[in-house]
Design a protein around this ligand. Structure first.
Ligand code: FEO
Length: 401
């Protein structure tokens, strides 16, 4: 049975939710599921903004047929050709033989890479700034390459001032009836998953996100309709502000997150001593994670949040403890910049993990490594406490800058 909501009287949310998928892209854990959003505009012409993942096709088609109420679908706008949004193209081509696909040249080449359907006479190819009139509504297309794939474009509806933003401004988490930002407590229930989505899906492409934000700043936007997560009609400026910070690789908070790997609890002990000293000095809201037990997508999200990061791990195979190495590789891959790092290592006979961690951090932009480095030989001892004290003071001084 159909399950839809009105975004405006003429724009209908026809998407759906997947709470069965364990990992988005078979990679990122999504305990709260994910939504695949799609929007149908009904005017003299009808236009659908993207399709949805195969997981919700039955629900999705029922939603469209109900909303069309017997009319045909005239246009399918393909803003993004990743399969979580384009899996319904072929079925809609068959159901609506007059329907035209609207996309750019790159969109069409990706369609042909993914599918074997004939596009002869079925396409409207658009360029930057082109418009398509539906009657009262006029769609205008702006390219946003690499937010998140090269073909990505966003569509601006001029009359109702609605931006269909593709993956941009989306987030993990299935929708629970409430589809609008003003219907939920975003900061409490959604922000962490939005940051995790941003950091892991488009974190690498900060420069391209900045270019897209600059382009969008010229538009009057009343509503943002992304392909995942909430529809934004109230706190747009807050979300745009977060995107601006994240895409400039600036931290949201002047605060510290401590990551440790620990084989037998001794490195963990050293990190907890440091955290206790920071707390004694008045620091609040300190976060700490065991890298062996936390998905790296969560760790990366915390790096995007915090200005200061402690990395502590044993030496392993004469290098970096593997889960910590995975985090550092992710930081490199996602272009993490502008952070202050404190290093702690452990090694029973030849500690080298700090040296190796520093070498990877040196390859990232505008990173500061604090002194001293805490080097533990097997387990913290009284002399280790002095170095931890010194590192604690260095962190506190740096946070005051
Ligand atoms: Fe939600 Fe890049 O696909």
């Amino acid at each position: 049975m159909y399950c839809t909501r009105q975004v405006t009287p003429t724009i209908t949310w026809v998407g759906g939710n997947d709470r069965r998928l364990a990992r988005f892209e078979n990679l990122f854990p999504i305990e709260r599921g994910v939504s695949y959003n799609s929007y149908l505009i009904t005017d003299e012409k009808t236009a659908l903004m993207d399709t949805a993942d195969t997981a919700i096709q039955r629900q999705f088609v029922e939603n469209i047929l109900h909303t069309l109420a017997g009319r045909t679908l005239d246009y399918l706008v393909v803003n993004h050709m990743e399969p979580d949004h384009c899996a319904g193209i072929e079925e809609l081509m068959l159901r609506f033989p007059q329907m035209q696909l609207v996309g750019n040249a790159k969109t069409l080449s990706l369609i042909q890479q993914f599918y074997d359907m004939s596009l002869d006479g079925r396409t409207v190819i658009v360029k930057e700034g082109d418009t398509l009139c539906l009657g009262e509504h006029t769609l205008q297309f702006f390219f946003a390459p690499m937010v998140h794939w090269p073909e990505v474009m966003v569509t601006y509806e001029q009359t109702e001032q609605v931006l269909f933003s593709a993956d941009a401004f989306g987030g993990f988490g299935a929708l629970s009836g409430n589809i609008f930002d003003d219907e939920v407590n975003f900061t409490q229930a959604w922000l962490d998953d939005y940051r995790r989505y941003y950091a892991n899906i488009v974190g690498k492409y900060g420069m391209q996100v900045q270019a897209a934000l600059k382009k969008l700043s010229a538009l009057d936007i009343r509503i943002i309709c992304p392909l995942h997560g909430l529809i934004w009609r109230k706190n747009l400026q807050m979300l745009l502000g977060k995107y601006d910070l994240w895409s400039r690789y600036e931290p949201e908070e002047k605060n510290i997150v401590l990551f440790y790997g620990s084989m037998y609890g001794d490195t963990e002990n050293a990190v907890e001593i440091l955290a206790a000293k920071l707390a004694d000095a008045g620091m609040h809201n300190i976060s700490m994670y065991d890298v062996s037990g936390t998905d790296v997508s969560v760790l990366i999200s915390e790096v995007f949040r915090c200005s200061h990061v402690v990395l502590a791990c044993p030496t392993y195979n004469n290098g970096i403890y593997p889960p910590m190495l995975a985090l550092l590789h992710d930081m490199q891959a996602l272009s993490v910049q502008n952070r202050t790092i404190a290093l702690m290592e452990n090694g029973s006979w030849a500690p080298t993990s700090a040296k190796n961690m520093r070498a990877l951090i040196d390859g990232m932009k505008n990173m500061t490594v604090l002194e001293p480095v805490v080097s533990v030989k097997s387990a913290p001892k009284e002399q280790t406490m002095e170095t931890i004290d010194a590192l604690c003071n260095a962190i506190l001084a740096s946070l005051k800058e």
